[in-house]
Ligand binder design. Structure first.
Ligand code: GDP
Length: 197
């Protein structure tokens, strides 16, 4: 898929206020600092569509962008930062679960994980949650430029082995680097293919 247009539509903290039309959407989520804003900018060929924020946990909003006038890219807040209080963590969870459980036009989520790290419980639990709710998702490995090809292979293999302890099937996964513009076609082609179904 070629990106012809990418525009910000709206930000809000309430799924009920998200766009009302039936345009299919794809949601990006992951631990803060995983490289989500950079990935969104890389995928859409824009320098600053998503704001890269120096302060993790600052943007607690559902951000809708319309791409090629045919699908929504949804930038969800990062999870797993240490600085927020327990109360706001709870509110955050509610807000995210409301989104996933109520947003019928969601075709697939993308859970971002830093390719350098061992599987983290918070990510595995989040994928488990999506699975239990029957929400399709893919895994986007970020920052692949930080590893050599052999190490990429090993890290992805290890991740898959971990998933296969609880999952019968592996989700689709994508190896990306925003700084090297790697994986853009894979993710966009997946979106195009699932959007046509
Ligand atoms: P977010 O908090 O998940 O939106 O993450 P950002 O996109 O703001 O990125 C967090 C940090 O990781 C920033 O310092 C980025 O420069 C860096 N980063 C993001 N993507 C990549 C990547 O593909 N390669 C490398 N080497 N660094 C990256």
């Amino acid at each position: 898929m070629k990106i012809k247009s990418a525009e910000f539509v709206m930000s809000n903290s309430d799924v009920a206020k998200c766009p009302k039309n039936r345009i299919p959407e794809y949601a990006f989520i992951g631990r803060s600092n995983v490289g989500k804003s950079s990935l969104i900018n890389m995928l859409t060929d824009r320098k600053s569509l998503a704001k890269t924020s120096g302060r993790p946990g600052k943007t607690q909003l559902i951000n809708h962008f319309i791409i090629n006038d045919t699908w929504y890219l949804v930038d969800l807040p990062g999870y797993g930062y240490a600085r927020v209080s327990k109360t706001s963590k709870k509110a955050f969870q509610k807000f995210i679960t409301n989104y996933f459980e109520q947003r019928q036009q969601l075709v697939s989520a993308f859970v971002l994980v830093d390719i350098r790290h061992q599987p983290q419980i918070i990510d595995l639990e989040f994928m488990q949650y999506l699975g239990e709710k029957g929400i399709p998702f893919g895994i986007v490995f970020t920052k692949a430029d930080k590893l050599k090809p052999k190490a990429i292979e090993r890290h992805v293999d290890d991740y898959c082995q971990e998933l296969l302890k609880t999952w019968e099937e592996l989700p689709p996964y994508f190896i990306t680097s925003s700084s090297k513009k790697m994986g853009q076609d894979d993710v966009l082609d997946f979106i195009e293919a699932t959007n046509e179904e």
